[in-house]
Design a protein. Sequence first.
Length: 342
Amino acid sequence: MYSLSIKDVAKYAGCSTSTVSRVLNNRDAVDPETRKKILETIEKLHYKPNLVAQGLRVKKSNLLGLVVPEIAAHAFSEIVQYAMDAAYERGFNIITVNSHENPDLEENYIGDLLRRNINGIIFSRVSDESRIMPKILKKNIPIVIIDRTLENENVANVVLDNYEAGVIAAEHLLGLGHRHIACITGSMKIALCRDRLKGFKETLEKNDVKLRAVCIREANFDFSSGLKATRELLDDGYDFSAVWAINDLMAFGAMKALKLAGKRIPEDVSVLGMDDLAFGDMVLPSLSSVHYPFDELVEKAFDLITRQIEENRVITEKVVIIPSLTVKESTGSAPGTNIKGS
């Protein structure tokens, strides 16, 4: 005989499983009309919650682990803030762990989380060097990988289309007439860096623009490394009219290096970032950037982790988030041209 699940209630009530869960657990943050509709649906379907599963969830205190590579990085700070809000709305407590871009610390900290008997883990790995996944999978607990995923991840994951981010960046600069272009990337041990660079490079090549190896500089996602990489490009005498830094912090560093060298932005060199952080409006000129919807990333991750917990099953679904372009003041037409950007 078929046993109704919380997913069936959500389907008939036209809402998410997490909303049904909040009603069943008598939690706040549910619209009164929605609550009424869910209760009516439960009565109509004669739905009986799985008390054993509920008891296990109570025992675990509705506790989730959130693991990020570097909480000091503003992108991950945004992810943490959105995660705290999402956890509160769904009635979860959350433990945030900062692995400091270190696979050894990552392994130790996640091991500590697993010993706490938590409900699930939302996890952004350090790099290809991360080795904790087998231990997590052995525990058979709900997990969602975000942001730094691998190509064939056999667990639930939410990732930006990083190849498309590179395409967007290249098309924007090409559309402004730039032909001599540099790129400041993160570590090539991180898949998203490889994907962003690949999309950028291949799009340039399709338009008969070669991204020279000497104009690709590997940095560390922070301000100082972006400044250093740009200084090296300038000191080495490479001619470029535009640079794409694959995160905003490195772009801010690039802007400072260019200004210290007497370069005007964007008249002499255009600078394009990635993430579209609020800080982009706090610099002069304001930073054009490829927009990363961190709020959507977190929302999708919590949808996946909640479904696994409520339905008591493993999900291997992949959700891809689409980037977009935010044009501000730091990108303009290439020197000697008068092309209007969009």
